[in-house]
Design a protein around this ligand. Structure first.
Ligand code: AMP
Ligand code: MG
Length: 317
């Protein structure tokens, strides 16, 4: 009898410590960070050994990409390019070059529906203002004349970029988040752990989802203008990215008309469309980011063609 009691006590002690250890491991194997960057809420969460270190490293990389591409900071690569003279070569970071290289290809393939030299128009519409107004037709036409991605010349080997026209200015708002997301994924892969990177409407997943039987990630596509969490559709992905461009993300309203932030470079006005969102799912978040904006402007018919060319899934809703 005494022997049995001793055995039971040992089993109890073992279970107690095993529970403590399990809890300790659980706490140290999942981690989440949220920060406000790229003018949106960015959350990175990871599951696995070194989750905390990996999340911190991923966030510092995301911050660096934000710093390089920040339109409003005088020291960013984007500012250096924007303030450069005609044909003056500007040396940029390798990462900015990677963004420019993919983005300029999408500019070309979309026939200019996507155009990173949209800055004169995005400054004019400025969706950050407290009291926005509609720009005048004259100002829109003046801004439109300055927009042409063909004025940008990149030299990938020497990491330089030059503009054929001093007035050309770039805005990487439609691409930088996607790239930051890709770079964060690289870090989690290095640590070999699962993670979700959510940079406001731009979600990337890596590794297996330990909360689902098949290891896949379920991402809800937000129904435009409905309460957060009401989904139009849910997509299931393994490794990959789900990126949305939508009219509901940034807009203002005047006389009951909505003006959103996705500008058609041909008209100079927010793209008029029968849909409110375009979602791209694929492997590269940088490409998906460029494509979601490009396909929004292109419209369904040409947008689907472009998505097929790049072998990504597309949803209009
Ligand atoms: P996204 O949310 O990825 O669709 O990006 C929208 C942001 O990209 C806007 O806030 C602008 O900064 C910029 N943008 C707007 N229209 C265009 C366009 N046609 N081509 C490239 N960038 C654009
Ligand atoms: Mg985009």
């Amino acid at each position: 009898m005494k022997k049995l009691r001793n055995i039971l006590s040992l089993v109890f002690i073992f279970l107690f410590f095993a529970g403590l250890l399990f809890n300790y491991y659980k706490q140290n194997s999942s981690y989440e960070v949220t920060e406000f960057l790229f003018d949106t809420t960015c959350t990175v969460s990871a599951n696995g050994k070194n989750a905390k270190i990996a999340c911190k490293e991923a966030f510092s990389e995301i911050e660096e990409i934000h710093t390089l591409t920040n339109f409003y900071s005088d020291t960013s690569d984007v500012s250096k390019i924007n303030h450069a003279k005609e044909y003056e070569p500007v040396v940029i970071d390798k990462r900015t070059m990677e963004i420019l290289s993919v983005a300029l290809e999408v500019c070309e393939k979309s026939g200019g529906a996507f155009d990173i030299t949209i800055a004169p128009l995005s400054v004019l519409w400025d969706f950050k203002r407290e009291k926005p107004d509609i720009p005048t037709k004259t100002d829109i036409n003046l801004a439109k004349e300055k927009i042409n991605y063909k004025n940008m010349v990149i030299d990938k080997e020497n990491l330089t970029v030059l503009k054929k026209n001093a007035e050309t200015k770039i805005d990487l708002g439609a691409a930088a988040k996607g790239y930051a997301s890709d770079k964060a994924v690289e870090i989690f892969k290095k640590y070999n752990i699962s993670a979700v990177i959510d940079l406001g409407g731009n979600v990337s997943c890596t590794g297996k989802n330990s909360n689902s039987k098949n290891g896949l990630w379920k991402i809800g596509l937000q129904t435009p203008f409905k309460q957060t969490g009401s989904y139009e559709k849910t997509v299931e992905i393994a490794e990959g990215t789900v990126v949305t461009s939508g009219t509901y993300q940034r807009f203002f309203e005047i006389d009951e008309k909505k003006y959103h932030h996705i500008i058609d470079p041909k008209t100079g006005y927010p793209k008029e469309a029968s849909y409110n969102a375009v979602t791209i799912t694929g492997k590269s978040s940088l490409l998906a980011d460029c494509l979601s904006t490009a396909c929004f402007v292109l419209g369904k018919e040409q947008g689907v063609k472009l998505a097929n060319y790049y072998n990504v899934e597309i949803y209009y809703y």
